[in-house]
Design a protein around this ligand. Structure first.
Ligand SMILES: NC(=O)c1ccc[n+]([C@@H]2O[C@H](COP(=O)([O-])OP(=O)(O)OC[C@H]3O[C@@H](n4cnc5c(N)ncnc54)[C@H](OP(=O)(O)O)[C@@H]3O)[C@@H](O)[C@H]2O)c1
Length: 217
């Protein structure tokens, strides 16, 4: 996130505004999780594989009795996910797609070759039910959500986030139409979310923050 709270530019172009250190930080966080979670727009725009770099990270996972790579989980209500995206060309770990029966039949057929589909009859994916499924069927204990803002906001609203890793990068973008951490919605969150700072690390001009999220129940 930039100093003024933006996570991308107004045209949502894949901008590279963080350091090597931050990218490494992202990989380390990803490597801790049993599953990584991503929203359809971020997957489409950034065309990420959600793997790990050629370092000792997969070995570290095996030593912790994890699979070498985290399970990759995509969420989409409409389900029009392009099967030619890079993620589907890498066979490092299972890919699960949580979507709805709005997903057109031709997309289902193409995606079933590459991923396991969970389609609900409701209009929206039930994120809590998705997490329960990940736990019961795939033994997932920790999930790293890599955004985007829309998905992060929905998880936050439902009280499903317990930790936020936030890197403040030394830029100011400005612009009302560039999304912030919680997106572009002008709506307030149902209740303000209280964060408690549990770690802070400064490297160069960047600040790596770890917050515990306190939800009111
Ligand atoms: N700076 C950073 O660290 C960072 C991190 C991540 C992303 N980004 C940027 O953020 C931008 C994308 O933002 P965004 O808010 O559009 O991202 P997003 O959350 O990745 O994507 C939104 C889409 O994901 C699906 N989705 C999200 N929440 C859902 C839910 N609760 N249930 C079902 N489906 C859900 C929907 O897909 P369908 O439309 O298919 O229904 C929705 O339209 C990109 O430009 C990306 O580069 C930046």
């Amino acid at each position: 996130m930039t100093v003024d709270g933006k996570i991308t530019t107004r045209n949502f172009s894949p901008v590279d505004f963080t350091s090597r250190e931050d990218k490494l930080h992202l990989f380390r966080q990803r490597a801790l999780a049993d599953a990584v979670l991503i929203g359809h727009s971020t997957l489409k725009r950034d065309n990420v594989r959600l793997g790990l770099p050629k370092t000792n990270l997969p070995e570290t996972r095996i030593a912790r009795s994890q699979t070498p790579y985290p399970i990759r989980v995509i969420v989409s209500n409409e389900g029009k996910i392009d099967h030619r995206l890079k993620i589907f060309q890498t066979d490092i770990s299972p890919i699960l797609i949580f979507s709805t029966t709005q997903m057109p039949q031709n997309f289902r057929a193409a995606l079933r070759e590459k991923a396991t589909l969970y389609l609900t009859r409701h209009r929206h994916v039930d994120l809590a039910a998705m997490l329960r499924k990940l736990r019961s069927k795939y033994n997932v204990r920790t999930v790293a959500c890599e955004g985007g803002a829309t998905l992060f906001r929905s998880l936050l609203e439902r009280g499903l986030i317990n930790q936020l890793n936030l890197t403040v990068t030394p830029y100011i973008f400005g612009g009302a139409n560039a999304p912030t951490l919680t997106g572009l919605s002008k709506e307030f969150l149902p209740a303000s979310v209280h964060c408690s700072l549990i770690d802070m690390r400064v490297v160069g001009d960047e600040c790596f923050l770890t917050y515990r999220i306190k939800h009111r129940h």
